[in-house]
Ligand binder design. Sequence first.
Ligand code: CP
Length: 312
Amino acid sequence: MVSPKDFVGRDVITVGDFRREELLFLLDAAARFEDLVGPLLAGRVVATLFYEPSTRTRLSFESAVGRLGGRAIGFADAGVSSQAKGETLADTVRVVEGYSDLILLRHSAEGAARLAAEFARVPVVNCGDGAHQHPTQTLVDLYTVRRELGRLDGLHFVFVGDLRYGRTVHSLVTTLAHFQARVTLVSPPFLRLPAEQRAALETLKVPVRETHELAEAVRDADVLYVTRIQRERFADPVEFERVKDSYRVDNELLSRARPEVAILHPLPRVNEIAPEVDAHPHAAYFRQAHYGVAVRKALLALLLDRATEVLR
Ligand code: CP
């Protein structure tokens, strides 16, 4: 049995912080928050410390705070923070905890959110730490799949693109162990899912297949999860040029897939999904971005102990 009180004051660093029952509770809560606007977070201040670029994560969190009557403060560019003067992350969070009730952190360093949580006395939510994890994106992804397909259990997920550096993939793929998923991984060899993640999937007994052949992999996919090949993560630009256009999802490819396949992408996209796909009835990526507000409203209200009334 899960209660709203189970979430109060928690840090959210990896999606492994949540049990299956808690994930389902969060998704049910998000559904209740989808249309909710009101003063639930009145008087509460949420700090957005974004040391890396973002559109969806930061703005959907800020929208969630605003729609619940709270206030968001922070920065979207490390260059305008005192990091530019040499301040450490540990010192920044020890200062910002005095200005806010919760810290949302995006950072290029893996482990930055965990470090921040060690120093902050207010909850810290990892909004993406390097190529490591992006737990709230996983909540949004699960919410989208359930919204699009009506269920989460027993689905075949095909992941394509940058599986090496893609933090949204790293967060989601192991979470699927809770939902008896089957997984197919499609990438160039250089962008294979890291060994640590593959070992975790084996331990969790998730059936996994790896292939380079997207056309063959999509045939019985329930969810096609497309990712951008991330120029900013490559140490060698020549390697990026070699792999950058490895895969492209277009209508010809989708003609080989089930008509009801749900097409997800955490966005931003570059060339990996052709614009013609946007008209596909199951191209869910813009809806997925919009669901971020509902999911993040529910999460904020739960962490800040303001959800009980709504979820009663
Ligand atoms: N999906 C996602 O994390 O997008 P942003 O980088 O725009 O926040």
